[in-house]
Design a binder for this molecule. Structure first.
Ligand SMILES: Cc1cc2nc3c(=O)[nH]c(=O)nc-3n(C[C@H](O)[C@H](O)[C@H](O)COP(=O)(O)OP(=O)(O)OC[C@H]3O[C@@H](n4cnc5c(N)ncnc54)[C@H](O)[C@@H]3O)c2cc1C
Length: 487
């Protein structure tokens, strides 16, 4: 897919203008860098097989400050240059794809200062390019934590974490990033810099943070973020693991724990297939249910005791040694150092894995899970080596389902997405929307789910579209992301 947004400036003119503005060391035009910046999808065919079919950006720009971002955006706005914001580069849904000719990628990873850690007010303020791991390590050394722990923690940075409405493994206790952001600074396409101040709560009109959180770079460029920090009590962590025969019982247990008012930091349920994938040394072909209780000693203890009692009230559930869960948990995060090794393995075996995450209320999530898997098995002729899923984030009203599918790429790698990934994702989203769930739980709409946007939003779509036309009237921000390209 390739669309020309403007023929007003040539590629060379865009590069020359930004070089004059920022200096040549902040304007990257190396061809390999441009190729790698034309896609996201770390595990997807482009980066694994080196086949890049999208238009290459004109340049990757590395702003040093909020003022640089403001200058970059207002020039792009004036000349209708498509802007793709980027920080950690771990997006999975096409949010970083440069589908417009002569786009610029604005890579904020060089804006990487921890600006302030304020213990009295329990706040940390960082520039958009600060890695979550960088802040988290610094906080843990002094006895605090962000409470945020997506699997991509070694790579993801604050701009992207906020822009995608990311969520981490301890979400049942700490919430998603939307529960953590207190204030922020952001730059609009016209160059206007806006700061939302840090207060514990306010009732002065709508909560405008939510215009920015989850915008996926399609409305505004996030330059600074202030998040809550929490006291860190790892010595009190308690790990629980159980085996059970069916996913519906597991969902009932999750529901019982959260609706009784308990907040384990981790509450995860793996189906049989995903259970075998993650816990083959002990899952025994059964579903695996996991909890972690944490916090001050008395709260962790009470939460742990309640989990044990609730689980014991269900038949057919077997407890496993909590040390197995602790060990698994310590190795759950993505190991970036193994990335190249994994790519080599995929090239050799041609087996690759993908995910689609959705959410639904308790009353429908089990049916969404069953209906989607039944249809995928019946309709998709892929050679699956694994097809299953897990629930990893539970709420008072429902939970998410994270479908995982590994299959052999038995077609030309450039056709892999359209032959398999898109049809599988479409089935999952269709079955979710049919029962009133949401098509994305935490990876964002990106460019790969925009065709479902109208159905996802229903009569509230006009509210979302009004934000786009108000904040990005020239349509220069990450075209084709969240909002379908045709618009
Ligand atoms: C192995 C792996 C595991 C993952 N696990 C999780 C998980 O557990 N939970 C989860 O929520 N996600 C997960 N993700 C998805 C992804 O890591 C997250 O969405 C993450 O928040 C993206 O952060 P980033 O800095 O890498 O953003 P990027 O990939 O750079 O960008 C993501 C999106 O945000 C936009 N963006 C980036 N920076 C800015 C900015 N400064 N201003 C405005 N827009 C911006 C981009 O245009 C893009 O649309 C995972 C991804 C991988 C590859």
């Amino acid at each position: 897919m390739s669309v020309t947004l403007t023929d007003q400036l040539t590629r060379e003119e865009i590069v020359a203008a930004y070089t004059e503005m920022l200096g040549s060391d902040r304007v990257i035009t190396d061809e390999q860098v441009l190729k790698e910046n034309s896609v996201d999808r770390y595990y997807k065919v482009e980066n694994i097989f080196g086949v890049y079919s999208l238009p290459l950006p004109a340049a990757v720009l590395k702003p040093a400050s909020t003022e640089d971002v403001a200058k970059i955006l207002s020039f792009a706005n004036e000349h209708l240059i498509n802007v793709v914001p980027k920080t950690g580069g771990s997006a999975t849904e096409g949010g970083l794809e440069t589908v417009i000719e002569n786009s610029i990628v604005v890579d904020g990873s060089t804006m990487n200062k921890i600006i302030d850690i304020n213990i009295e007010d329990m706040l940390a303020t960082v520039q958009c390019g600060v890695g979550l791991e960088q802040l988290e390590n610094e906080l843990r050394e002094i006895g605090y934590t962000t409470g945020h722990s997506p699997q991509s923690k070694p790579l993801a940075q604050f701009g992207g974490l906020v822009a995608t409405r990311s969520i981490g493994q301890f979400s049942t206790l700490y919430g998603g990033i939307e529960d953590m952001v207190v204030g922020l600074e952001t730059v609009f396409p016209n160059g206007e810099i806006c700061r939302i101040k840090n207060v514990p709560r306010r009732a002065a009109g709508p909560d405008i943070r939510h215009i920015v959180i989850g915008n996926e770079g399609a409305l505004t460029y996030i330059t600074e973020v202030t998040v809550k920090i929490f006291r860190y009590y790892p010595e009190n962590n308690k790990f629980y693991g159980y085996l059970l025969n069916d996913i519906k019982t597991g969902l009932q247990i999750l529901r019982e724990v959260v609706t009784q008012g308990y907040r384990p930091s981790v509450a995860r349920l793996y189906d049989k297939e995903d259970g075998l994938y993650h816990f083959k040394h002990f899952s025994d072909g059964r579903c695996v249910l996991i909890f972690v209780a944490e916090g001050p000693e008395r709260i962790a203890q009470a939460t742990g005791t309640a989990i044990e009692e609730i689980v014991a009230s269900f038949d057919g559930v077997e407890r496993v040694d909590g040390a197995l869960i602790e060990d698994w948990f310590n190795h759950l995060n993505w190991d970036v150092s193994k990335l190249e090794e994994e790519r080599i393995e995929i090239r050799e075996t041609l087996v690759n894995g993908f995910t689609t995450e959705i959410s639904g209320n308790w009353s429908v999530i089990g049916d969404i899970y069953e209906n989607a898997l039944t249809r995928i098995r019946a309709e998709i002729p892929a050679q699956f080596t694994m097809l299953g899923g897990h629930s990893s984030h539970s709420y008072l009203n429902g939970t998410n389902m994270y479908f995982v599918y590994y299959y052999k790429i038995d077609v030309d790698p450039t056709d892999e997405r359209t032959t398999y990934h898109d049809p599988i994702q479409n089935i999952i989203v269709e079955e979710t929307l049919k029962l009133g769930g949401s098509m994305c739980h935490h990876h964002g709409v990106g460019k790969h789910r925009t065709h479902f946007l109208a159905e996802e939003y229903g009569s509230s779509l006009s509210m979302l579209e009004t934000l786009k036309s108000a904040f990005d009237p020239n349509g220069i921000m990450n075209r084709g992301t969240i909002f379908p390209l045709e618009k």
